[in-house]
Design a protein. Sequence first.
Length: 231
Amino acid sequence: MDGDFLTMAGTIAAWGLALIIAVPMHEAAHGFVAWRLGDDTAYRLGRVTANPLRHVDPFGTLILPGLMLLATGMRFTFGYAKPVPINFARLNRPRRDMVLVAAAGPGINLIIALVAALALHLVVLLPREVGDWVFDFLRISIYLNVLLAIFNLIPIPPLDGGRIAVGLLPASLAYPLARLERYGIFVVIGGLFLLPLLLSQVGIRFNPAYWLIERPVTKVIELVLTIAGMR
């Protein structure tokens, strides 16, 4: 069988497995923390589980990541799962607990990244053929989980960072920010991706994604690898 095909298939499998772990666990963490803090909505719907089938969004978890892998030559992908339903009014202390529920998703992604970094120590124990693929999978898993954490911490609702900000800011600032919930994702996509693309057509270099995502991701990965003893 063609070596290039096997390499591509192995890369797709590594990205796919990393996504199947990272994205559903992000959503399950939200549901678990909400359940423990008084809102059992996600628990009753069977969403507090690591079973990816309970969280898969056909487009966001399967089609979009696949298209992005093909479009970027297997170098980058991104995806999302079905959002876990949270009834913030049912939380024990809604304002405080909203922060904890929102932080749970990025938090579990950072934990997964650290576990993957620690697992790199074990790759040398595996046969080379298997070890090479496991190394690629762990490397991708570290990157993807840190990327998910950092992206979701952008302080604009409905991203987790926006909900954390709403819970921490004084009411005079929190309420206007909370009103972005309905269309905040369009602000993020427009500001990070569409506006820079349009400006580049007229020779203006504008890359907020570098400062908000790329640079923090690089720094956090360095920190994770340092903690894991890989640097």
